[in-house]
Every structure is written in structure tokens, then in C-alpha cells.
Design a protein around this ligand. Structure first.
Ligand SMILES: Nc1ncnc2c1ncn2[C@@H]1O[C@H](COP(=O)(O)OP(=O)(O)OP(=O)(O)O)[C@@H](O)[C@H]1O
Ligand SMILES: [Mg+2]
Length: 254
């Protein structure tokens, strides 16, 4: 059992309605500090909505969210980020003409007090270069540090997004489908990368690829129609008849 002290993230009765439609319905979620926790479930189950609630991009209709025991319900995204929670960026947030190093430098700079400055001098940015290069190395992009982001392959863009999240040095990372649309090579690389960055951190991730879930997660929560359907180890949920039915139901409708 997880003690209150060892809980990184917790929701109680978390609920989100969209014009009468209940996308997230009374979710009680407990994520252990230092754990790698997967959120799975059929399309439309409410996984991304739950992430949007956890990161403050949506305000819950009901229920509470706490980070390291502190109530953060209703806080703005920046305030929640300040508590050490970061979610993966979307690909669309990359600047086509900036290279990976410049992206990471900007992300590092955004953490500092000068973060809101519009004008940025080369000298100012250069102080972030050593750390930027470390992060690029960590995600395997050293050889592409100066290539415009618009020319990167899909898997490389996703690796860059990961570096941008790492630049914030979050204690809790929320990754929404980190391997979506990837070929087997990039999937394998991403699994290794998530394993590496999970050391000393808490990771919550959504993925439809059960190989990824089985490789990474020490705890799995299954959502269906906004509710928690099952929770346990990967082996436990994989063999749970309710989970099997939920997924069969999905493929039957596909
Ligand atoms: N802003 C919104 N307004 C209205 N309905 C929404 C909104 N965002 C999500 N929904 C609905 O809420 C439900 C849950 O959506 P959500 O994106 O959280 O699912 P998901 O589990 O992430 O699915 P997927 O696996 O396809 O990414 C869906 O029925 C979706 O259409
Ligand atoms: Mg989603």
C-alpha cells in the first residue's frame, strides 16, 4: 500500500462535464511517487481530458486534485507547472525554423525570471547551451542539434518534445501517447528513453500500445466512459475479464 507520504498525484471524485456530457466521471486516482503509471482505455474514455485536468488546462466540474499532498484544484497551468508537474508538448508547438538546440534553450530560459522577456540576446541564450546540449544528448538528438525542426523526422520531433519537457525538470511528467504513430524502432527508443527519465521522477503516461504499457508501467489504470474500470499491475489488468470485454467491445465497433 502507498502511504500518504509516498503519493505524488491524487484525484478524488474527479469529474468533467462538457455541455451535459460527462467525459470524466468520479475518478479516484492515486499515483505513487517515483512510479510509472499507465492510463489506458478505449478511444474517448477520458484519458486526455484527465491529463488536461491534472495539468490545469481544464477546470474540473467536481472533485479534487492534489500534488504531493497539496490541493491544486482549480490552479492555472503555470501554477501547477510550478508544483513540478509538466505534460508533453504537442508537435504543433515546435517552431519549424528553430533547431532543436534553440528550442531547448528557449525552454530552459522560460524557467528563469527573465522568462517573459520578448527580446533575447545571443549572449543570454548561450548560458543555457551546456544544459541544452546535455538534454539533447539524453534524448539522442545531438547529431541534429542545428537542423531546423521542420526538417526532423516524426520520431525525432517527439524526442525533441521530450527534451522540452525535461528542460522544465519536472518531478511529475504527464506523457500523452508518447509512442503514437511511431514505427517499431522509434517505439523501442522511446521506451528506453522513458525508462531513463523515469529515474527519480513520477511518470504518468497514456498509450494504446500494450507492449509499451507492459514494458514501462508498474501500475495501470483502465478508464472506460470516464470511469475507472480496473486498476492493478499490467498482468492483473490484462487478464481482467472486464478489461477484455471493454477492448473487445471497442474492436467490435471499429
Ligand atoms: N472540449 C471538449 N468538448 C466536448 N467534448 C469533449 C471535449 N474534449 C473531449 N470531449 C469528449 O470527451 C470524451 C473523452 O475524450 P478524451 O479526449 O479525453 O478521450 P481519450 O481517452 O483521450 O481518447 P483517445 O484514446 O481517442 O485519445 C470524448 O467523447 C470526447 O469527444
Ligand atoms: Mg486522448
Amino acid at each position: 500500500m502507498t502511504t500518504a507520504q509516498g503519493i505524488a498525484l491524487q484525484t478524488k471524485g474527479l469529474t468533467k462535464d462538457f455541455r451535459g456530457f460527462r467525459a470524466v466521471h468520479g475518478v479516484d486516482l492515486t499515483v505513487a511517487a517515483g512510479g510509472v503509471h499507465a492510463l489506458v482505455g478505449p478511444n474517448g474514455a477520458g484519458k486526455t481530458t484527465l491529463f488536461n485536468l491534472l495539468s490545469g488546462f481544464l477546470v474540473p466540474t467536481a472533485g479534487t486534485i492534489s500534488v504531493n499532498g497539496e490541493d491544486v484544484t482549480g490552479l492555472q497551468p503555470e501554477q501547477i507547472a510550478h508544483k513540478g508537474v509538466a505534460r508533453s508538448f504537442q508537435i504543433t508547438s515546435l517552431f519549424e525554423n528553430l533547431d532543436p538546440r534553440e528550442h531547448v534553450e528557449l525552454a530552459l530560459q522560460s524557467r528563469t525570471t527573465t522568462g517573459r522577456k520578448f527580446w533575447r540576446s545571443d549572449r543570454l541564450m548561450r548560458q543555457f547551451r551546456p544544459r541544452a546540449d546535455e538534454l539533447l544528448e539524453e534524448v539522442g538528438l545531438t547529431h541534429l542539434a542545428t537542423k531546423p525542426a521542420g526538417e526532423l523526422a516524426y520520431g525525432q520531433k517527439r524526442a525533441l518534445e521530450m527534451a522540452l519537457v525535461l528542460a522544465l525538470d519536472p518531478k511529475i511528467m504527464l506523457l500523452d501517447e508518447p509512442t503514437a504513430g511511431m514505427g517499431i524502432e522509434d517505439v523501442t527508443r522511446t521506451i528506453d528513453l522513458v525508462r531513463k527519465i523515469a529515474v527519480g521522477r513520477t511518470v504518468v503516461f497514456v498509450d494504446h500500445n500494450m507492449h509499451v504499457v507492459g514494458s514501462l508501467a508498474d501500475r495501470v489504470t483502465v478508464l472506460q466512459q470516464g470511469r475507472v474500470l480496473a486498476e492493478g499491475s499490467y498482468e492483473e489488468v490484462r487478464t481482467d475479464p472486464r478489461v477484455i470485454t471493454a477492448y473487445l467491445g471497442e474492436s467490435a465497433h471499429a
